[in-house]
Design a protein around this ligand. Structure first.
Ligand code: ADP
Ligand code: NA
Length: 332
């Protein structure tokens, strides 16, 4: 009944890292092809659930778009656009605010994390964000969403909203969207502390590789990454108590499109003094062309804006009839 369609979004809140690339953008690139229609969105309406400087938001939206394109998202094969340019997201989001229950929303663990100690001072948008995320997905009848661990609960809420809508209005209108869960190898940890996720919010720039880093910065951060004095084991099991070592091998495997055991069958027995230069070379080979292309695109904001405008037009062609039918079902 529903054509295979992938939707995913990333917030243009600035500072893309190797974690965003391996955990999200590279997977989006790999999903482009004959199996699915792919729809990728810069979710600026989610970004403003916490304060964003207007000029920074505009710049970060273009930078994220440049990051997608430089990484291999083809704006012809995929639909690439900015959420606020397709008003159907907000329109369906309101309807879903009226479908979702307060009790469901209160169980969302990410709100507690993001709102911190002073939840009373958080925006209403931050609390309601998962209902808008359901609309982002369902306004396209998307059947599959690539998600990280941290978004699994939100996707379950999306399914709950779809099921309740279908039940209340006695229709079979919204699909129950399936998660496409990432493998463990795509969880990238800090280069300084293997127990923390690589993140733009880490105060140390040495803890992460930014998608805008040039070849020298990439190589030097890998050379200086924390490791332990042991040689590499010959199997993945030998990395279980060695988070920093495991992280570097994971990064190698993800960049090389192979498994951890695949890397270790080649690198097992080597010291980090040998492994790190190999990893640095691979990371530079894969990531430096992306940062170079991002820098070029950022000099051409009109080119980026034209791509986003065209993407929004294509997205609206899909979203408009689905919203129109939703209104009819609801009686509006
Ligand atoms: P958001 O608030 O939109 O989740 P993030 O920057 O945290 O913003 O994440 C954007 C995407 O990148 C998400 O799909 C997330 O799972 C992925 N991601 C971010 N950091 C990492 C990481 N260190 N390892 C793997 N994936 C990551
Ligand atoms: Na996240």
């Amino acid at each position: 009944k529903f054509a295979p369609r992938v939707f995913s979004g990333i917030q243009p809140s600035g500072g893309l890292t190797l974690g965003n690339y391996l955990g999200a953008i590279k997977r989006f690139v790999d999903m482009q092809g004959e199996d699915y229609e792919t729809i990728y969105c810069m979710v600026d309406m989610h970004a403003i659930t916490v304060w964003q400087e207007p000029e920074a938001l505009r710049r970060n939206t273009r930078e994220l778009c440049a990051g997608f394109i430089a990484s291999g998202i083809d704006p012809e094969r995929s639909i690439l656009f900015n959420q606020s340019q397709v008003p159907e997201h907000a329109q369906l989001g309101w309807i879903f605010n009226c479908v979702a229950r307060m009790g469901w929303m209160k169980r969302m663990t990410q709100f507690k994390d993001k709102a911190g100690k002073n939840a009373e001072a958080a925006s209403l948008g931050l609390f309601g964000y998962p209902a808008l995320m359901a609309a982002d997905i369902l306004v396209y009848h998307a059947t599959h969403v690539p998600v990280g661990e941290d978004q699994k609960q939100h996707l379950e809420l999306t399914r709950d909203i779809a099921a309740k809508f279908n039940h209340d209005y006695e229709v079979d209108f919204f699909p129950l969207t399936e998660p496409v869960i990432e493998g463990a190898a795509t969880r990238v940890m800090s280069l300084r502390d293997g127990s923390k996720k690589m993140s733009k919010s880490d105060p140390s720039d040495m803890s992460r590789i930014n998608m805008t880093d040039d070849a020298d910065a990439i190589a030097s951060k890998i050379r200086k990454a924390r490791t332990d004095p042991e040689a590499l084991p010959s199997e993945a099991a030998g990395l279980s108590d060695r988070p920093e070592a495991r992280n570097l091998v994971n990064i190698y495997a993800a960049l090389a499109d192979t498994s951890v055991d695949g890397v270790l069958s080649e690198m097992g027995g080597k010291q980090f003094s040998e492994f790190k230069p190999a990893l640095a070379e691979l990371a530079v080979e894969k990531m430096a062309p992306i940062s170079t292309e991002m820098a070029r695109l950022m000099q051409e904001p009109a080119e980026i804006d034209a791509i986003l405008a065209r993407g929004a037009e294509r997205a609206r062609e899909l979203a408009e009839p689905i919203l129109k039918r939703t209104y009819e079902i609801v009686g509006m």
